[in-house]
Each structure stands twice: as structure tokens, then as C-alpha cells.
Design a protein around this ligand. Structure first.
Ligand code: SF4
Length: 335
């Protein structure tokens, strides 16, 4: 499969001052050395609790916030090295669907103007051809094209998210990032929008990065999943593998926190305890060690490397020895 996106050691810090007149600088490492890749026509989920850095990561991938370090290789070019004009042109291939599209819409614009806006910026098509495309994409996302001259406030929450998706799709981008695209919606509408996104991804062949704290949504849509904790990816693998057999103790706690009607015989739960530590002063070594029921002696001083452990999976945990290859079988607990 051809690779569309490769993110290498991405870092984004936010500067904090400890007091109004203090000269002491402190930083939140919102994204702290994240690496992953995404193939064409593939969907990657980025999951974690709020504050883990996933929203900053989604914006940094598009340079909506500027990363401090690292590379973002998109369609073979590092988009961090692009000039403003080159980046503007490249943006037609990468679009984002926000959690609350209403908040990002200009309320004075009609739906037609909102969906047409990216086209009018990036394409040289005539107004008639663009209107045709707006109608086509509205129908594709399940909106009646005859309503294109209405304003977003005349639509329900689910319909507004369909408008947001139509706006992202209208340029036929190669990459779509969904930033918690269903978390503001009612449960029944959520399922409809997830079905729509899955169908559109399969039809369009675009690659998706879906950022969410909603494990069910990620499991439904994504081929692969990366789990984030305090700015770092701690586990990555095929979605079904990770959900069936989570390796990192944090992933296990996250998955075990989802209520299930009946536990499988012999299966126990390992629930997360304690608060997420402050990202201003994250714990040394493995960031998860104060909450980890399996912590080893070295965990509070040595940060685990993010290693291949077999079966196309990567884990950042001292319990798992690297295999150095993806074909080797089960991970080996370290004594
Ligand atoms: Fe737990 Fe140590 Fe693994 Fe971190 S590295 S998850 S503290 S066992």
C-alpha cells in the first residue's frame, strides 16, 4: 500500500509563565515526539482521554498550529518546509471536520456558500460548475440540495455535521481529519454520521485520521489505532488486534473502562485509577507509571522506547521486549 502521510517525532509545546511577572518559562508538551504513518485509503484512529494531546496533534498535522519539531511528510513532501503559498495550495488535498461545525461556520453564509468556499478558493471552475458540485456533494452526504440557500441555524446538529463533512469533501481531498466529529451529537445521530463517514471513506478512497475519545467510534471506523497518553503514542496496531488484546497497561485500562454486559469467562478488568497527571510536569520515565498496576523498578526513571513487538504492533512499555520485525510472534514480558 502506498504511504500518504508520515509523521516523524512531532513536537508541539505551549509556553506557560508561572506568574504574571515571573521570568521562569515552563512548557506543556502537548505533543511530545509522536510518529506514525498512514497509507492511502486507510483510516487511523487516534484515541486518548481529554488532554492527551490528540486535538493539538490533529491541528499540527495540517499546520493549523505550527509544530516546534519533527516532520510531516504528506504526498512525499515535508509540509513544514513549504512556503505559505505552497501550503495554501497543498491544503486542498487535506481537510478537517471539526467537532462543532456550527462554531466554525460564518452564520451569515448560506449552506451553498459554505460548501462552495473551498472550491472558490482552490478551483478555477465556473460558478455554474461549482454549484453543480455543491449540489452533488450535498446529495452524497444525505442533504437535500434544494435546501442549499438556507442558513446553518435552520438545520439540526446532525445535519450541520453533514454540512461540515460536505465542505471537507467538496475538493475531493486525499486526507480528511475528523476532530471528534461525532462527540457533540446525540447517540442516535452519532451512528448515522459514523455510517456516513465509513461509507464515504470506502467510496472516495481518501485516507482518514479520526481523533476521538470514543472507543466505539474508533473501533467502528478505523483500520488501525494509535493510543495517546500525555502527548505520546503508547500503543499502535490494527484496531481489532488492539481491542481484542491490548498490550500497554494504559490501553487495557481504557478499553476495560467501557462497560460490557457480560465479561468473557476467565477475563478480568483492569480499571484505570488516579488522575491524569499535569502535562506541565509530567512524571519522569514512563508518564503512566504513577497509575500503572504493573510498574517495574525502572519505570519511574527510564522512558520506554516505542518498539515493534510483532504482528505490526508497536508499544512503549518496559514489559515488552522489541522484536525488531513485524513478522515475529507474541511479545515477551521482561523478567
Ligand atoms: Fe507500566 Fe512500566 Fe509499562 Fe509504563 S513502562 S506502562 S509504568 S510497566
Amino acid at each position: 500500500q502506498a504511504e500518504l502521510l508520515r509523521v516523524k517525532n512531532l513536537v508541539r509545546r505551549y509556553e506557560l509563565r508561572s506568574g504574571l511577572f515571573s521570568r521562569q518559562q515552563r512548557y506543556i508538551h502537548a505533543v511530545d515526539g509522536v510518529s506514525f504513518s498512514l497509507n492511502r485509503a486507510e483510516t487511523l484512529g487516534i484515541v486518548g482521554e481529554s488532554g492527551c494531546g490528540k486535538t493539538t496533534l490533529s491541528r499540527a498535522m495540517l499546520r493549523l498550529v505550527e509544530p516546534d519539531e519533527g516532520e510531516i511528510i504528506f504526498r512525499g513532501r515535508d509540509i513544514r518546509s513549504l512556503t505559505k503559498e505552497e501550503l495554501r495550495r497543498e491544503r486542498r488535498h487535506m481537510q478537517i471536520v471539526f467537532q462543532d461545525p456550527f462554531g466554525s461556520f460564518n452564520p451569515r453564509m448560506t449552506v451553498r456558500e459554505l460548501i462552495d468556499e473551498p472550491l472558490s478558493v482552490h478551483s478555477r471552475d465556473s460558478a455554474a460548475a461549482r454549484l453543480e458540485r455543491v449540489r452533488e456533494v450535498m446529495a452524497k452526504v444525505g442533504l437535500d440540495p434544494r435546501l442549499c440557500d438556507r442558513h446553518p441555524h435552520e438545520f439540526s446538529g446532525g445535519q450541520r455535521q453533514r454540512i461540515g463533512i460536505a465542505r471537507a469533501l467538496v475538493l475531493r481531498p486525499e486526507l480528511i481529519i475528523g476532530d471528534e466529529p461525532v462527540s457533540a451529537l446525540d447517540v442516535s445521530i452519532r451512528a448515522q454520521i459514523l455510517n456516513l463517514m465509513k461509507q464515504l471513506q470506502e467510496e472516495s478512497g481518501a485516507s482518514f485520521v479520526m481523533v476521538s475519545h470514543d472507543l466505539g467510534a474508533i473501533r467502528f471506523i478505523c483500520h488501525r489505532v494509535a493510543v495517546m497518553y500525555l502527548g505520546r503514542v503508547v500503543e499502535e496496531g490494527r484496531t481489532e488486534d488492539v481491542f481484542r488484546e491490548p498490550l500497554h497497561p494504559y490501553t487495557r485500562g481504557l478499553i476495560d473502562a467501557v462497560p460490557v454486559p457480560r465479561l468473557r469467562p476467565g477475563k478480568t478488568r483492569q480499571l484505570l485509577t488516579g488522575e491524569i497527571p499535569s502535562p506541565v510536569n509530567p512524571p519522569r520515565g514512563c508518564h503512566f507509571h504513577p497509575r500503572c498496576p504493573l510498574a517495574l523498578k525502572q519505570c519511574n526513571s527510564v522512558a520506554p522506547a516505542f518498539n515493534e513487538v510483532g504482528g505490526g504492533r508497536r508499544v512503549a512499555c518496559h514489559l515488552f521486549a522489541p522484536t525488531g520485525g513485524i513478522d515475529t510472534p507474541a511479545p515477551v514480558p521482561v523478567e
